[in-house]
Design a protein around this ligand. Sequence first.
Ligand code: SAH
Ligand code: SF4
Ligand code: F3S
Length: 464
Amino acid sequence: MNNKVLDEEIVEQKKYMQKVKSIIKKGFYYIETMGCLLNENDSEKIEGMLVNMGYEKIDDYSKANVAVLNTCCIRENAENRVFGKLGAMKQYKKDGLIIAICGCMPQEKHIVNKMHESYNFVDIIFGTHTIYRFPELLFNVIDTNKKAENVIDIDGQIVEGLPIKRNDKYKANVTIMNGCNNFCSYCIVPYVRGRERSRNIEDIIAEIKELAINGYKEIILLGQNVNSYGKDLNDANSIFANLLYRINKIEGIEIIKFLSPHPKDFTDDVIHAIKECEKVHKVLHLPLQSGSTNVLKAMNRKYTKENYLNLVNKIRTEIPEVAFTTDIIVGFPGETEEDFQDTLDVISQVKFEQLFMFIYSRRVGTIADKMENQIPEDVKSERFTRLKKLADSIVFETGEKYIGTIQNILVDGISKNNDKMLTGRTNSGRIVNFEGKIDLIGQNVYIKIISNHGWYLKGNIAEN
Ligand code: SAH
Ligand code: SF4
Ligand code: F3S
């Protein structure tokens, strides 16, 4: 669909928003985002549309008129959570609750079939390519009391001009591209999000300038593979490094982060841009997945153990203050004990600031799912335990440097493990717990770190 047609579509959808509003007058919505930051940004757009249609947000679906589950299918447990939730929601159908399922799961045929067969009380199903059609679908359900569905396989463009309800006042998610071309053999994302499509650089800059005017200080650039931004645009100015330089110049923006870059696309111009742009956060997420060259090859990651370590060293030489976080998968098909040791070796060498660790989960339709050398569950979980132990010690080690430092923390809320403590995160993503009055939630405070507990730090509010 070209831009003009898409613009006309949006005008059309805005009419549906008005129609819904004039029917319902007032209502309540519940939304749950089950996936990554891209999903979260999609939810912000869905919420923007709901607010425009006259709905107000509530945290309890039993009291809602519309409940939206924005789903994820990256691992099996993400999918199971959705089915569990649907089971719990079903009883409120009798009170008129409209249930909508969207996001990545509806892009899988077998899931939609399962919905039709076993969860036929779901009213609305739409996928990742047609989020903007939600007002029309909701209108049809309200108007006719029938079900509505819109899932397409064709890559939808990133829609400009949708209303958006931001969940934060200070930091903003900005999607710069959609989809993924990499087809890592374990991953479902390319099948549910389509091919890479980059947004026009001027649209991105305009969005960020407006955010800055509205008081936003931190920008998180989102995409499945942000450092390949612009490769589909064939314009020398629309490349990731250039985007960083341009955002760096926007007055009012103080911190620029991005998720996720791919090690294979970490070219010199990107490294230089990160170095030269003082607003770009110097904690980089560099997903390793595995430390074994053999496994990386089978994963189709397009780098070796040595390439990865060389890249880390190169970035460290250019930007000495840099820190790294990473993602690891254990138990990929064919992973031997020796392969696993390679993963542990890279972790010990790089000393990550944070690690996100996953047990390999078979995804229908991916190459790895068809591999015959699947690893038994007990071996996977035993390796995961060893991985976790090493990660604990590395995270403790890299946490020591915080003791005695003063950190600027945005207070997120009350600590999950101790209701007498408040919690927030350092710029590098470390959890910090400290005592303080509840009205500090949502504010920025300076915290002096007094002790290191590995996955979290403890501190006190600093004088002045
Ligand atoms: N595009 C990003 C990440 C997308 S998904 C990237 O390339 O880094 C986030 C993480 O989920 C991945 O980095 C990977 O570690 C994990 N993941 C993806 N598919 C998985 C699977 N089938 N089983 C277990 N973990 C998986
Ligand atoms: Fe999945 Fe690989 Fe694409 Fe990341 S780069 S979304 S892991 S296919
Ligand atoms: Fe999940 Fe889709 Fe994101 S599968 S990780 S919500 S792109």
